[in-house]
Design a protein around this ligand. Structure first.
Ligand code: SF4
Length: 257
């Protein structure tokens, strides 16, 4: 009789709890009020739609090896659809690249019921409520840090984190400082294509945010953006190869003894 594989512990119930905590959070009155207000007034082209108009939880594969960390939901994108980078220009720029690299099942994200699936990837942000002018206050970023910490704790298989923009980068560095994983932010400078191997074994990569401001001005183009994700996938392969080498060498040593 074939041996039954031991089932892997699921991260799903914890992520479900994280999701519920995010959706019901009201710690930042200014942002909660702003998001609801957007849902009341609605942009003319979305008048026939019901806005999500509350904090937007992360989305993707619970067994993700890669995490994309953005800034915050778009006012008429994720705040309308309820899913990160869904229904706005940033998502229209990003998802075709993720699809091309096999990280997303479709090249477009239009609604949270469009059937889009991510493969070994989770997408999240440092602030879960759309901020006016895309500018969260420092205290609002700090308020939201516990949601990121809870999500990262639940996504134990993540090995590569791609931060989109400096605010996301700084948000993740603040998490690392808080956990005692790094001692100083100054050792980890943000720029497009920045790459660091962190003491916790995570590879940290930086990219300019795929906002319309950056893509329309040519500060970020598709080739530049794709290169960051190609590098992220390469580094995952390197990690796997090095783990395999370590395992093989451990087995070899045990055979010798
Ligand atoms: S930004 Fe974060 S902490 Fe503030 S209300 Fe939204 S979910 Fe809560």
């Amino acid at each position: 009789m074939p041996l039954k594989r031991p089932s892997r512990p699921s991260t799903l119930p914890i992520l479900d709890q994280v999701r519920e905590n995010i959706i019901s959070c009201t710690l930042c009155p200014r942002l909660i009020q702003y998001c609801r207000g957007l849902g009341d007034t609605r942009r003319r082209m979305y008048r026939d739609q019901q806005y999500w108009a509350k904090p937007v939880p992360g989305f993707g594969d619970p067994n993700a090896h890669m995490l994309i960390l953005g800034l915050a939901p778009g006012a008429h994108g994720a705040n309308r659809t309820g899913r990160p980078f869904t229904g706005d220009d940033s998502g229209d720029f990003m998802y075709p690249v993720l699809y091309e690299l096999g990280l997303a099942s479709k090249p477009a994200a239009v609604s949270r019921t469009d059937g889009l699936r991510l493969r070994k990837l989770w997408i999240s942000s440092v602030v879960r409520c759309a901020p006016p002018g895309d500018k969260p206050a420092p205290q609002e970023i700090r308020n939201c840090a516990s949601h990121l910490a809870a999500e990262l704790a639940a996504l134990a298989r993540v090995r590569v984190i791609v931060c989109l923009g400096k605010i996301a980068w700084d948000g993740y560095l603040a998490y690392l400082l808080g956990q005692g994983i790094i001692q100083r932010r100054s050792e980890f400078a943000f720029h497009h294509g920045a790459e660091y191997l962190l003491p916790n074994g995570i590879r940290l990569l930086g990219s300019y945010h795929p906002s319309r401001r950056n893509t329309n001005t040519g500060r970020l183009d598709r080739t530049m953006f794709t290169r960051v994700f190609v590098r992220a996938l390469e580094s995952l392969e390197e990690t796997r190869a090095s783990n395999r080498r370590r395992q093989t060498s451990a087995v070899r040593s045990s055979l010798r003894s």
